[in-house]
Each structure stands twice: as structure tokens, then as C-alpha cells.
Design a protein. Sequence first.
Length: 371
Amino acid sequence: MSRVYLSPPDVGEAERRLLLEAFDSGWIAPIGPQLDAFERELATRVGVPRALAVSSGTAALHLALVLVGVGPGDDVLVPTFTFVATANAVRYMGARPVFVDCEETTWQLDPALVAAELETRARRGRLPAAVVAVDLYGQTPDYERLAAACEAHGVPLVEDAAEALGATYHDVPAGSFGAVGVLSFNGNKIITTSSGGALVSSSEALVDRARHLSTQARENEVHYEHVDLGFNYRMSNLLAALGLAQLRDLDARIDRRKRINERYRRALSDRPGIEFMPVASYGRPNFWLTCVRIDAGRFGASRDEVRLSLEAVDVEARPTWKPLHLQPLYADAPRLGGGVAEAIFADGLCLPSGSGLSEADQQRVLDVVVG
Ligand SMILES: *Cc1c(COP(=O)(O)O)cnc(C)c1O
């Protein structure tokens, strides 16, 4: 029996065929027809006019913060309950993340905390340069309330939708809510280009600007002329071919992850002491990862005991994100609340959820968790 991973890449013949087609076409560079097609289809899927494919979600986040004008000494509101990349991009700009807690009912960034903080800061004349919202574990925060708070104070909103491609909020696709949205195609995400990411926006001007910055900001001259500080962040045409095959199969992948989630829920429905990440009524998740909270006393085993029992049969499960305000890297960053994220980190567990997870392997997980 081979190891079961949390969310491994799920690739097959279609990916292989498009990748070899791209290889044979000779476009072995960060430019080419597959890259163009991937960006077009991605933009359509997210419901925006333009997308820019880049080398990682982290690179897209970095560009997003450049685009909305974050600079040295600025503050940026960021959820504490997320992957470290969200906050690292703030640091790359010489700015400071201010960590905001999530809601217990959705595990997502708390819009009331964001609104109150923006009010307080507006009175003091010290508004943050941006708010970065994260669509955590494949569902979105309440964007109506977040966007209203940001608009009221003229603060740009950036959407880190790295985990949420294909999810919706009131039937509107994740990725389309901020001034700029960010996607990731890392090996563990819902679709992968092995490594990669994208920046999306309803503003074509912003995406054009990002394209310029992502290719070393070369001016339109025959010699190499530079005015702006650029980056080398473009995606390879070969990897875009992989992404194209994956993107065309996105709905089937969401459906498979949803069915895994439903199977776990059914099998554990009459067990006390275990709760699944709540699904907010305002949207449809992409079910990227199925996560649970385990109350050791009522369940009869702690989160760590369950995780170690899974590990003993070669199944990977992981604690939910460690809140960033608890990371040594960000020990000195200010924060608003944090207790909810800490509680979820204490008893939260992510279960194997890959779209290629066989029924036999789902059973292997359940045999341990159900006991
Ligand atoms: C994966 C992820 C990123 C970073 O994407 P990479 O492609 O790995 O650089 C950023 N934010 C969140 C929330 C993520 O899950």
C-alpha cells in the first residue's frame, strides 16, 4: 500500500498530451500559445476580462501589493489564520502585517473586526495601505461586508484566492472580489501547474501593468530600457499547457472533492466530538480540503492521537494552519483578536482530500478516524 497524501497532484493523459504538444511546438519559454490560452480560459472561469499567469501564487501576491500601492512603513490587514505566504508578501514590500482573527462560524476573516479597525484607524488618520482577504480552505469570507468596509474608507482589497479556484460567493466566482485577485497552482492546490500562480482583475489596466512588471519592466525599445523595478515572474508556456488540461477538468475535480467530503461527513455523522468546517450559506466551496475539529473528551481521542494513528498506516493528515501571530517570524506584529484561530489550530485537522483519492484509500482514512 502506498502513502496517502493530503492533496497530491492529480494528472493524467490529457495533461501529458498537452504538455508534449507544447514541447513539440517549440514554445519553450515564458511566452506561447498555451500560455495565452490558459490565461484566456482562466479569466473566463473567474469572470474577469484578463488574467496573468505567473511562477507562483506568492509571486502573484507580491505583484498584487505592488499594484495597489503598498509601500515601506505601511500597515496591511491580513488574516492570522492562513498560510505564511499571504503575510510574507506584505513583508517583501517593507510593510507590516496587522493580523485579524477569523469567525468561528466560517473560519474566514472576520468582517466585523476589519470594519471596526478601519473605523478606528480612519479617526486617527492612519488607514492601512490595503486589506488582504483569504478564501480559506476553499470558501470565501463575507465579501459584501468586507468590500463595504474597504470602500467606505477607500482602502484597496486584495483577494488571496490561492485555495479557492472554482468556489463562489452568491454565485460570483472566487478571485473576482478584490481590486486584484491571486490564484495558486502549486502541487497541492485544486489544479496544478506543478508550480505556478495567476493574478486576475476586472481592471485590464492593472493586469497590463502586472504583465509589464512580471517581465522585468522592459520599455518598448530595441535596446534594454528600464524605468520601473521589475521581476522575472512569468509562467513557462510548458507549465501553462499542464494548467490548461487541469482547468478544463476543474468542475469534475470539485465534484470529486465534494463527494469525499460528503463521505467523511456521512461516516462520522453520529460520532460526538467531531465537527466539520462549517459551510457558509452565502456560497459554494470548492472543497479543496476537508477539515474537522476534534473535541478530545467527547470524541475519545485527541486531534494529535488521530493524526498519529493515521500516520501509523501511512496516511498524511495535518493540523489546520498555525495562526501567523504565533509564528516566531511574526512575533512582533500587531493583532486584533486571535483566540478563534488559536482554538481551531489547537484541535483542527485536515484530512486527505485529493481529487484522485480512491474509494479504498478513503476507507483507509475512515477505518482509522471512525475506529
Ligand atoms: C498556496 C497558498 C499561497 C501561495 O501559493 P504558492 O503558489 O505556493 O506560492 C498563498 N496563499 C494561500 C492561502 C495559499 O494556500
